[in-house]
Structures are given as C-alpha cells and as structure tokens.
Design a protein around this ligand. Structure first.
Ligand code: UDP
Ligand code: MG
Length: 152
C-alpha cells in the first residue's frame, strides 16, 4: 500500500551543484507533487560521507567516489509524498546514466557512473537513516494548499 507520508533523501552531488542544476532538479520533485520538508547546502566531511555510503566501503570505486563527493558542496533535500522512495528512484534513473532512460534525471543530465549528479534513497529504511544523518534536527511539518489537487 503506497504511503502518502513517506520521506526520501535526495542529494545533488558536487557535479550537479557545479553545473547549476539545483533549481532544475528541485523543480522536478516539486512539480511531481512532492513536498520539500528540508533543504540545505553542505560541505560534508570524509567521515560523514563514509557513513552515508557505508554499504559500499569495500567497492573498488569507493575512495574515488568519496573524493568526488568532497570536491564541492552538495545540496541536500528531503521530499515527502506518495511512495516517495520508489518514485524518487524512478525519477533518478539507473545508477549508470548510459542505462538511464531519457526523461529521468540521470538520463537527461549525465553520462558517467562516477558523475551521475544526484543521489536518492533506495529503501524506506535507508531513507530514514540518511535523513537522520543529514538532518539531525529533523524535517518540517506543514500543509500545502494544493494537496487536495495532488491527492484523491
Ligand atoms: N558508483 C561509481 N562506480 C560504480 C558504481 C557506483 O562511481 O561502478 C558511484 C555512483 O556515483 C553511485 C554511487 O557510487 O551513484 C553509489 O552507488 P549505488 O550502487 O548506491 O548507486 P545509486 O544508489 O546511487 O544508484
Ligand atoms: Mg545507493
């Protein structure tokens, strides 16, 4: 059963910020109907990024990926809405942009797996962990006037 109060963690990576895509990517989630409930620019430490990507620590690309993630600011967002985690992943496209459909974020803006511009949580459990890591003070609760036009 899809959950309308589900939260997902979406993060524009340094290449996405550098390429001026913060507004574009944020707008895609807003226009889809998701509610922005937290956002900030951040320069995360190596330790913080290693926590975020802990499940990948044994992968050969891990050191290079952490270095790239520290090459500039990231833009951190939490969106809330119906089936937000699965829908967010669909909007992102495949991990390798070459396998991402046009119309997806990675399929429209990226070519290389190591420069795929945007992160999105892959499960509800990981989303909650990532939100707690990046926004320890929590997210906002408020109503959008258009909610009756987005939900039945
Ligand atoms: N990554 C990489 N090389 C690879 C696989 C992944 O550089 O062969 C990077 C890529 O930027 C990816 C990130 O590591 O977004 C995290 O990998 P994950 O498997 O979690 O993919 P995602 O959930 O981001 O689609
Ligand atoms: Mg992942």
């Amino acid at each position: 059963m899809p959950n309308a109060a589900e939260r997902t963690y979406i993060m524009l990576k340094p290449d996405g910020v550098d390429r001026g895509l913060i507004g574009e990517i944020l707008a895609r989630f807003e226009k889809r109907g998701f509610k922005l409930i937290a956002a900030k620019l951040a320069l995360p430490s190596k330790e913080h990024l290693e926590k975020h990507y802990a499940d990948l620590k044994d992968k050969p690309f891990f050191p290079g990926m952490i270095k790239y993630m520290q090459s500039g600011p990231v833009f951190c967002m939490v969106f809330e809405g119906l089936d937000a985690v699965k829908t967010g992943r669909a909007m992102l496209g495949a991990t390798n942009p070459l396998a991402s459909q046009p119309g997806t974020i990675r399929g429209d803006y990226a070519l290389a797996v190591g420069r795929n511009i945007c992160h999105g949580s892959d499960s509800v459990e990981n989303a909650e962990k990532e939100i707690a890591l990046w926004f320890p003070d929590g997210t906002l609760q408020y109503r959008l006037s258009q909610e009756a036009m987005i939900y039945e």
